[in-house]
Design a protein around this ligand. Structure first.
Ligand code: ZN
Length: 541
């Protein structure tokens, strides 16, 4: 017998005996996620990310390690006044007391008590090898460090989650010791025991088996959680296995950020649990915020969203199938594993020179454009012609939309470019400097502006914005996130052609525009103008 989930029309996976009806989602993007190489968050970034997570409705937001560095200290100082959390509880992270130390003069524990939070998560060692080799102390002292610290924090009135470090590796080698540590934490009042695959080497069948054993051991006395890294490419699969084993608490990060290969990806595990296994995760109606929140956070951490990301990627529900395209349009549920609306994403038809009229018609419908047969024919012809010159509209939805609008007789009237000029100088002691001047007509005025930049595209972008932004202040939210250049061999053999792709965002929407020319500056300028025009078209004032 199978059951069907009402929201996405999915046949639910068969339940395991230990599987709970609901799990708590614990986000650690701000602590573990920020370990990813290349991420450096300011305190403001962290506050903005926390707001997004609260909107999404995760149960816990781990803010960082108070006292470990000035940034996290400032975050916990500012959070009570600047964050108005509605759905989520802020958690401070720390470790147990020092070896042979006392709880009442332990600095880490004191910082946790002073962090103005009502819940804390402390890490303690569950692998005997780490206790004897890293801490260089006895197993009894290893257990006492956990017991004393949990007791101290509980006495301070805090909810305590115990982060069982290296649990899976430890349990495989010396289950008796690992279990002793968990029991000590539970007895002293930790409400959640989070089993961590710190080195990330476990596989799903092991996780399900081990979590199942621990859940049976503790029964309903304590909540069992999982914290799983993606080193075997199984971070999400391991979390699913953990929930099948009875875990009622799942930790992870948005977009899977984290050190090495990353953490269990919440943007994937949340819809998997909700839509495929029928396990409640977020509050009602929040799942459709998943794609916008994932993209917004990508923007805040300054990493381009992965188009291939399950559920939330730009390509997650993209169809490029000439012959089948009308069937896809008629019966989307035959070609999509869930309804993209359920996670706030959408069906996208990918258009290339091979696209026939029917694909273009669907694309037009997707964009809300009404194009007649004649206009569609024109678009087919322009596509063939432009793709032959080196354009690639499959990768540039923003420019494609503008092209289709123009075929319908539309012209943008926000501004008209008269001319532009870019100068790059090499000065003896200052290195390279670049300056751009643009002349545009905007609102009946002729405006000339000059700006400097760290390169020609940057300088042109700055000058164009200076010329028109006072009239269109919404452009303040639009900026370029990526700039790709590719040199193509032309079939004509008259020399190389440059293709430029620019990714832009207004914080919610992202789009790609394209330019092609023998001159790299001209190609960049085309892509830049399309980016700004698209931004004006879609970014509300
Ligand atoms: Zn971790």
């Amino acid at each position: 017998m199978s059951t069907t989930d009402g929201t996405a029309g999915v046949v639910l996976a068969e339940r395991s005996a230990l599987q709970p009806d609901a799990v708590e989602i614990f986000d650690t993007t701000l602590r573990d996620g920020s370990q990813l190489e290349g991420i450096s968050l300011t305190v403001d970034d962290k506050l903005r990310i926390a707001e997004q997570l609260d909107q999404l409705g995760v149960h816990y937001i781990e803010g960082g390690w108070p006292g470990a560095n000035p940034k996290d200290e400032e975050f916990f100082r500012r959070a009570p006044a600047e964050l108005d959390l509605r759905a989520s509880m802020l958690v401070a992270f720390g470790s147990t007391r020092r070896v042979k130390g006392k709880v009442d003069d332990d600095e880490t524990l004191a910082h946790l008590v002073k962090a103005s939070v009502s819940a804390v998560c402390i890490v303690g060692k569950c692998w005997d090898y780490h206790v004897t080799e890293a801490l260089r102390t006895t197993l009894d002292e290893g257990v006492a460090m956990v017991a004393d610290s949990v007791e101290f924090l509980r006495a301070a009135g805090l909810e305590v989650l115990f982060d069982a470090e290296h649990f899976f590796d430890g349990y495989k080698r010396n289950p008796e010791f690992s279990l002793r540590v968990l029991e000590a934490a539970a007895q002293r009042g930790a409400g959640t025991l989070v089993l961590c695959d710190t080195n990330g080497g476990s596989l799903p069948h092991e996780v399900e088996h081990i979590v199942g054993g621990i859940v049976r051991h503790f029964g309903d006395d304590v909540k069992i959680g999982v914290h799983l890294h993606d080193d075997t490419g199984c971070g999400v699969a391991n979390a699913l296995a953990g929930v099948r084993g009875g875990a009622r608490h799942v930790q992870g990060t948005i977009n899977g950020y984290g050190e090495r290969t990353g953490n269990c990806n919440l943007s994937t595990i949340i819809p998997n649990l909700t839509l495929k296994m029928g396990v409640r995760t977020l509050p009602d109606d929040r799942l459709q915020l998943l794609t916008p929140v994932s993209h917004h956070i990508a923007e805040l951490v300054n990493i381009s969203p992965n188009p291939q990301a399950p559920y939330v990627g730009a390509s997650a529900f993209a169809h490029k199938a000439g012959l089948h395209v009308s069937a896809i349009a008629r019966r989307r549920d035959a070609y999509e594993h869930v309804s993209p609306d359920a996670v706030g994403n959408g069906t996208r038809f990918v258009v290339s020179e091979l696209a026939g009229r029917s694909t273009l018609q669907l694309k037009a419908a997707e964009l809300g454009l009404e194009l007649g047969g004649k206009e569609l024919g024109q678009v087919v012809e322009s596509l063939k012609h432009l793709e032959h010159e080196g354009y690639h509209f499959e990768a540039a939805d923003g420019s494609l939309e503008l092209l289709m609008r123009r075929a319908g007789g539309w012209e943008q009237d926000w501004f008209a470019v008269e001319s532009f000029r870019v100068i790059t100088d090499e000065l003896a002691d200052e290195g390279f400097t670049t300056e751009a001047t643009v002349k545009v007509h905007v609102g009946g005025e002729r405006v000339i502006r000059t700006a400097e930049g760290n390169g020609p595209v940057n300088a042109l972008d700055a000058a164009l914005r200076m010329a028109i932004e006072s009239r269109y202040p919404q452009l303040g939210r639009v900026h370029l996130t990526d700039f790709k250049v590719r040199v193509l061999d032309t079939s004509k053999g008259t020399g190389a052609v440059t293709r430029v792709l620019i990714d832009s965002t207004d914080g919610v929407r992202t789009w790609t525009t394209i330019g092609v020319s023998e001159n790299i500056i001209e190609a960049s300028w085309q892509a830049l103008i399309d980016s700004i025009v698209y931004g004006l078209l879609h970014t509300a004032e």
